[in-house]
Ligand binder design. Structure first.
Ligand SMILES: [Zn+2]
Ligand SMILES: [Zn+2]
Length: 433
């Protein structure tokens, strides 16, 4: 093709490189690399990634590294490919280095690292490696694996630190391992000589709240000796709502409303709690207080990775490709979810606009735009992965569950605190976040 002076396009080049990878054809791959550079076609992302993979598979890590370093945008996908190449060459430390430098990590990436470490029969047995592994497993709801890794760490006589315990207690919380979590918490000071900090108390509040042991959870807040933050109070409040414990719920709500720094997600949670009890004056009072105190109105921003590119959305965003189809899909879903019993929580939206507008304001929260964009631009059944800078609001959480059910997709949303895996009308957080 090239010899006949037919200009190859990126698509053709990627296809050729794919077969080079399969056959470990280093020579041909390098030839293609040279031709692409000469042709002025420019190394686009997919070509670059294929070359990184090929060089890794063929054991020339320097070339893979050079290619990787030359890439303008090193996102999750690129880093994951690079990590794979490092492992292919048996360079565990280099793989971990790339991994540690990553901003966000997804499940594919974690799997790559764990597999790579196992494959290379090596595990850099120091506390920070263990910590990042345990923390990552916990974040993805792999509780048992995280706890197992923790006990292996102790067996190997690696001394845990405070971060280790945040990870393993988080794992206990996500996995509902109440007794084990309690034991591990107590062991911190007694066995390991580490004084629990706010995060550790937060984990215990989480663990107990999740299973409905709300009095004990509230006691833990008292034991802490420092003020609880909204990160701790919000999940407890939603637990009170789920377990219908109004007594504790009101105490928590009071603490939360006295809190001076509270973001818009927490604010919605609080008004929602009062609204669910029918206490409108409280809800209004909360809002007034927030307005006077100036709540942190961090603009909601969501991102989604589609075809190796990251797309970002703000609430009510109108400036992106596929706008018409995205909004049309959003409208359809708003309509369909109502049949599934979805009621927009217009009460918690703004008070000074009418109901229809409130519904509209909720409906264009950035993550919904990101999800709908994902729906219209990927093939059926593709898992959608969305990142969000603030806590998911009540309303979007309910909506996402139904979207996952109706479209039969898995939707993974990473918000400020955790991962939510939405599937078939349910969320991995069990409505506790
Ligand atoms: Zn929302
Ligand atoms: Zn969730």
């Amino acid at each position: 093709m090239v010899r006949k002076h037919v200009l190859a396009d990126n698509y053709a080049v990627t296809a050729v490189l794919k077969s080079c990878v399969l056959q470990r054809a280093l020579g041909s791959g390098k030839e293609v690399n040279g031709l692409v550079l000469k042709s002025g076609l420019g190394l686009d992302r997919s070509i670059g990634l294929k070359l990184v993979e090929l060089y890794g598979k063929c054991g020339v890590l320097e070339d893979a590294r050079k290619m990787f370093d030359g890439m303008p945008e090193r996102n999750v996908v690129a880093c994951t490919v690079m990590i794979g190449s490092c492992f292919d060459c048996g360079m565990v430390e280099e793989a971990i280095e790339v991994f540690n430098e990553m901003g966000t990590r997804n499940t594919v990436c974690w799997t790559m690292v764990i597999d790579g470490l196992v494959r290379n029969g090596e595990f850099n047995r120091d506390v920070s490696t263990y910590n990042s592994m345990i923390g990552g497993l916990a974040l993805h709801g792999k509780s048992i694996e995280a706890v197992e890794l923790f006990s292996e760490m102790l067996k190997e006589r690696v001394r845990p630190n405070g971060i280790t315990f945040v990870g393993v207690l988080n794992a206990c919380s996500h996995g509902g391992l109440v007794d084990l979590g309690g034991e591990i918490f107590e062991s911190m000071e007694m066995i390991h000589g580490i004084e629990p900090e706010v995060e550790h108390y937060g984990c215990m509040v989480d663990i107990l709240g999740r299973v409905g042991r709300l009095e004990e959870a509230f006691d833990f807040i008292g034991r802490m000796g420092v003020e609880a933050d909204d990160k701790m109070l919000c999940p407890l409040l939603s637990a009170c709502k789920i377990h219908k414990n109004i007594g504790i719920g009101e105490k928590v709500a009071k603490l939360l409303s006295e809190h001076y720094r509270i973001d818009s997600g927490s604010f919605i949670m609080l008004s929602n709690f009062y609204a669910s009890l029918g206490r409108w004056s409280y809800a209004a009072e909360v809002r007034e207080k927030m307005e006077k105190g100036g709540i942190i109105k961090e603009p909601g921003c969501s991102s989604i990775e589609v075809n190796n590119a990251i797309h970002e959305f703000l609430s009510g965003d109108l400036r992106y490709p596929e706008r018409k189809r995205t909004y049309k899909r959003l409208e359809e879903l708003n309509y369909l979810t109502k049949f599934e019993g979805y009621l927009p929580a217009t009460k918690v939206a703004l008070h000074d606009i009418d109901d229809e507008q409130k519904e509209l304001a909720l409906a264009v929260h950035s993550e919904r735009l990101a999800i709908c964009y994902g729906l219209v631009s990927t093939e059926a059944y593709t898992t959608l992965r969305v990142g969000k800078n603030v806590r998911i609001c009540d309303d979007c959480h309910a909506m996402n569950k139904l979207i996952a059910k109706i479209t039969r997709r898995k939707v993974v949303v990473r918000d400020r605190n955790r991962f939510h895996h939405f599937k078939n009308g349910e969320c991995s957080c069990k409505d506790y976040w």
